[in-house]
Design a protein around this ligand. Structure first.
Ligand SMILES: *Cc1c(COP(=O)(O)O)cnc(C)c1O
Length: 393
């Protein structure tokens, strides 16, 4: 049996004790002075983490609400837009665009592949009427990270508005909202921010706010202008998710103590350790080298079939307390995923890998045993060696 659960799905993610304590504080008046301090601190922290001077609008909804906000404020019915999709979250954004009557151009790549910036360039060249490009930074359903700076350069080179879903990337992997000229940047509380689900955060550029003024799509709850007007007064339009905002505030405080460059470096190191261990187990990645996400790793099912994969995930959860994610949509039974974002460090990786190895063994995979953890340790040793200043050691 397992005494504690090790939650390693790509959101919701584990909460530091400090965050749990913050979220359990008593309620305050959301039209009072304490709330104004809270919301301004959260906005300021998010601007710091996202490398932006833009307004960050805060909505009480899951990440998908942030995706919907990005559509209804920037596209009018019949307006041409390009949606670049690498998987189920990219598809979802395009479906939202279609639901609101936009003229949706879909650039869809097979599961496991990234978006090729040259394809974006070609589509924009062929369709001059496209006003806005929507792209996923980090596709959680396939464990693929896009070359976002290259895609952004193409989009901005043609003067289009750029909307980015970085729900599972922001706060974990390098993201330069202003330098890459991202007009609408969407993220969500339950992924890299070490907070519970329930809040979407959307950083909006001046160009995006200007676009929203002329966009005719009917909207209310997610309207940029109304939300911004309230946040400028230190409030939110509706009753906010106060407990989740306390949690985000504390998560940001922890991130500030570590430093954003160190947060990014830790996610990179942890992901390299996971990949080294997975490779040593003889498992195959869904994503090609160079585009493997540093927040979620997707592996092909190494067992006989979908039933055996289900058995593996059940064994890991019930006997060992390790909760991993299966595939989504067409990928159910074909892949499984490890979330390594937010509160995750080297010792978590050792535990995840050793437990996974044991689970595979118990589910009947005749794999090499005892290799995963040493492979991960070797990554740490090589990082330590390369970090030593010249002449030391
Ligand atoms: C989690 C996630 C979302 C939003 O999902 P919600 O369940 O609505 O919070 C959107 N895009 C990506 C890439 C995600 O990982």
């Amino acid at each position: 049996m397992a005494f504690a659960q090790q939650l390693r799905v790509p959101g919701p993610t584990p909460l530091p004790d400090r965050v749990v304590r913050s979220a359990s504080r008593p309620m305050i008046n959301h039209r009072g002075p304490e709330f104004a301090v809270l919301i301004r601190d959260v906005e300021e922290g998010l601007r710091w983490a996202l490398h932006t001077d833009n307004d960050v609008l805060i909505y009480p909804c899951s990440g998908t609400g942030g995706l919907e906000a990005g559509v209804v404020n920037t596209l009018s019915p019949g307006e041409s837009a390009l949606f670049c999709s690498m998987g189920s979250f990219g598809d979802r954004w395009a479906d939202i665009g279609a639901a609101y009557g936009a003229d949706v151009h879909r650039l869809r790549v097979p599961a496991g592949e990234p978006i090729d910036p040259e394809d974006v360039e070609r589509i924009l060249a062929e369709n001059g009427d496209i006003s806005t490009v929507f792209v996923t930074h980090n596709e959680t359903s396939t464990g693929v990270v896009n070359d976002l700076p290259a895609i952004a350069a193409v989009v901005k080179g043609r003067g289009k508005l750029l909307a980015v879903d970085s729900v599972s990337g922001a706060g974990c992997i390098p993201l330069e909202t202003d330098a890459w000229q991202i007009d609408v940047l969407v993220t969500g509380s339950q992924k890299g921010w070490m907070a519970p689900p329930g809040v979407a955060m959307v950083a909006v550029s001046k160009a995006a706010l200007a676009r929203a003024e002329t966009t005719t799509t009917p909207r209310w709850y997610l309207d940029f202008a109304r939300e911004r007007k309230f946040q400028q007064k230190g409030q939110t339009y509706t009753t906010p998710a106060i407990s989740v905002l306390y949690a985000i505030q504390e998560g940001l405080a922890i991130m500030r103590e570590e430093g954003i460059d160190n947060v990014w470096a830790r996610h990179k190191r942890v992901a390299e350790m996971i990949r080294a261990g997975i490779d040593a187990l003889g498992l195959k990645f869904l994503a090609p080298e160079g585009h493997r996400s540093d927040t979620v790793t997707a592996m092909r099912n190494p067992l006989a079939g979908p039933d055996e994969l289900k058995e593996l995930l059940t064994t890991l959860r019930t006997r060992h307390g390790l909760v991993l994610a299966g595939g989504q949509g067409d990928l159910v039974g074909k892949i499984f995923r490890i979330g390594h974002l937010g509160m995750v460090d080297e010792s978590d990786v050792y535990s995840i890998l050793a437990t996974l190895e044991q689970g595979l063994h118990e589910t009947g995979m005749r794999s090499r045993v005892g290799l995963a953890v040493p492979a991960a340790q070797a990554v740490v040793r090589s990082v330590q060696v390369s970090e030593q200043p010249a002449g030391v050691g």
